[in-house]
Design a protein around this ligand. Structure first.
Ligand code: MG
Length: 401
């Protein structure tokens, strides 16, 4: 192998996710707001050693793939998707045949549903191939005691764990050798029996070397795997943002005759409406100011001046979304939003759940991170006399230090 081999990656994303139940295939499922496949692709695009990436997909998933790959559309290293076959090894062969067109020296084959693969692992496999290995398999040495049990769950034997590994991906190969091995398996007719590419390669008599990767390079298979992955992403995101900030916001708008009010992004039919330049949603305005306050970044009037005709009649979701975008632009996240609406009429209670859901949607946070409460003003003061509706809000955000 030459000293600076051309390394391609082949991401196997053709599976239908049957083991994880109904719904969209696992590799396209949302994980922390992005498809699993987008996260996997990002890891390989971040690896300097990888010169080209081919993804094998199911023909029915063309639209899902386009959406997942959209953020990387400008990156020439990402090749057009390859349509795979019904079995994994047919898909791998289809991908390898496509890559043969650019004839890389080496290829790293990786499961799309291992989105936590580290750049260090990708680079280590590539480096081992550059150093003369023909086949390298990432994996984790087994530390647990291994039992073999019969169909009734009774232990038949304790399997010596010396030399036992859990195979993972990426698995890296000299390109010509793995292409030949897959073609040979397809010709023999036992292709589908192999569960990984190291086994396909070994069947030709070649030697595969194991290379230790971190435990967290997990394959997402079950709903429990996805739940654990979500928790992990959240934990990592919060840990990266230790600077906790709290901001407050207050807003009030005058009531006038009309056909309804918009509060918390929800229209409520009523014989009055709120007077204002935008839709006069006091709840979203107070929340927007609370976030801007936590950021120390002015207020809603500074960013969206009432004198600007663009905001005439605007849905106030625009303002809240902009404040959340400013948090994201600082590398931060919104941890909690709480708003208190003060109104004699209309009744807020029947609409509270809808408001909460709408605020969570606009802010892109989980429902349990949003509080919506309402009270009257006991018929005293301007709110009590029905002259207007007020809202107070608190936002908790987290920023990197
Ligand atoms: Mg306002």
């Amino acid at each position: 192998m030459p000293r600076s081999p051309t390394v391609a990656a082949l991401i196997v994303a053709g599976g239908r996710g049957r083991r994880a139940g109904e719904g969209v295939a696992k590799q396209y499922r949302d994980l922390g707001g992005r498809p699993v496949l987008a996260r996997t692709l990002e890891r390989f695009l971040d690896a300097a050693a990888v010169a080209a990436i081919a993804v094998v997909i199911h023909p029915d998933d063309a639209e899902l793939y386009a959406a997942a790959a959209a953020p990387f559309a400008g990156d020439a290293r990402l090749l057009p998707p390859v349509h795979g076959g019904p079995e994994r090894q047919q898909s791998v062969l289809a991908g390898l045949e496509t890559l043969a067109g650019i004839a890389p020296d080496a290829v790293l084959i990786h499961d799309a549903v291992r989105p936590f693969v580290g750049r260090a692992t990708i680079e280590a496999v590539a480096t081992a191939l550059a150093g003369g290995d023909d086949a390298v398999c990432a994996g984790v040495p087994i530390v647990d005691t291994i039992k073999r049990a019969d169909a009734g769950g009774r232990i038949a034997e304790t399997v010596p764990r010396d030399g036992l590994w859990r195979a993972a991906t990426p698995q890296g190969f000299a390109f010509a050798a793995i292409l030949a091995a897959h073609r040979a398996a397809a010709t023999r007719g036992d292709h589908a029996a192999f569960t990984d590419d190291a086994a396909v390669f070994a069947a030709t008599g070649g030697t595969v070397r194991m290379l230790a990767c971190p435990e967290d390079n997990v394959k997402l298979t079950t709903p429990e795997d996805f739940a654990a992955a979500e928790q992990r992403l959240l934990r990592d995101a919060f840990a990266a943002c230790p600077d906790v900030r709290v901001g407050t916001g207050y807003d009030v708008h005058v009531l006038e005759p009309g056909d309804g009010v918009t509060l918390g992004g929800v229209f409520i039919a009523h014989d009055r409406r709120l007077k204002g330049h935008s839709d006069a949603d006091v709840a979203l305005h107070a929340l927007t100011d609370a976030i801007l306050g936590a950021l120390g970044d002015g207020d809603i009037g500074a960013h969206f001046p009432p004198s600007d005709m663009r905001w005439r009649g605007a849905a106030s979701a625009v303002f809240l979304a902009d404040a959340v975008r400013r948090v994201a632009a600082r590398g931060g996240l919104v941890a909690h939003l709480d708003v208190q609406i003060v109104a004699e009429e209309p009744k807020i209670g029947p609409h509270r759940a809808a408001m909460r859901a709408e605020i969570a949607r606009i802010a892109g946070v989980a429902l349990d991170r949003v509080g919506v409460k309402a009270t009257t003003n006991e018929r005293i003061g301007f709110v009590g006399r029905g002259e207007g509706i007020a809202a107070l809000a608190t936002a908790t955000i987290r920023l990197p230090l």
